[in-house]
Design a protein around this ligand. Sequence first.
Ligand code: 76R
Length: 267
Amino acid sequence: MPTSPVTPSQGWGVVHLFFHIRRELLEDATTAAKDFVARLQAFDARDDYQVLAFSVLGQKADLGLMLLGPDLAELDQLSTELVASPLGAGLLPAASYVSLTELSEYTSTSDDESRRLVDEEGLAEGSPEHAAGVATFDERMAGYAQHRLHPRLPHRKVISFYPMSKRRSGADNWYALDFADRKRLMAGHARVGRGYRGRVLQLITGSVGLDDWEWGVTLLADDPKAIRDIVYDMRFDEVSARYGEFGPFVTGLVLEPADLLHHLGLL
Ligand code: 76R
């Protein structure tokens, strides 16, 4: 019996999987690799489902997969199928991470924009210019929300993944701050982030109650230095400097599945 769908009421599921490969455990590596590639391609070809495949730099793992899509049962199905597939005999789990796409509660709202148009642009509330400004903002944010909840990630050469949480200790307890303070602090964070528009694409996925940290951070860039730069810059921003706690970082080279298996010497 197929597993019944498990679709979050908002957002999609995201599973990051990391494996070591032991090719000596494979009987027919080429056939196994071709089968593996076909399974990834079939998953990625489905509407709303995506898999990013990457070769992990360093020795934390050999290969990584980032699976995204609306139904957690489908993500789990692919994970179990891959392990049960011919290549699975040579795949050793190295790490994994489970999260959901989410909207941030700190994103600017229509009211924020309405106030900004009055305070910073000098537009009178109720004027046609003011109404047009708010409408433009709403349209842009609807597209933005769509990208955050239902992303189709572009291919960039490098992927960086790490989990993180907000500190909850002594005087530095993020969750004891008022919403207004958290929102002000997050606005500073977003300002630093916007300086990297075009160079770094980020997908922040929520994992409170789902995995060991509070968020999964996935960064994509063509220039590995851009990843080092953004994380470094953010360390000086109060949100990261004072409240950020970070798990292990993994860096990978994003490849088409067939190119990845070739790169790993299996095709
Ligand atoms: O609403 C929005 O998404 C825009 C403002 C914004 C929010 C609310 C934003 C912008 N982020 C938000 C939330 Mn972010 N982000 C990280 C990291 O390495 C570190 O120090 C932290 C890891 C990076 C690199 C990054 C990049 N962000 C969050 C949250 C959720 C917080 C919560 O809900 O409490 C986390 C954990 C987080 C972490 N952020 C941006 C970026 C970039 C590049 C931007 C600008 C995006 C753009 O406007 O194009």
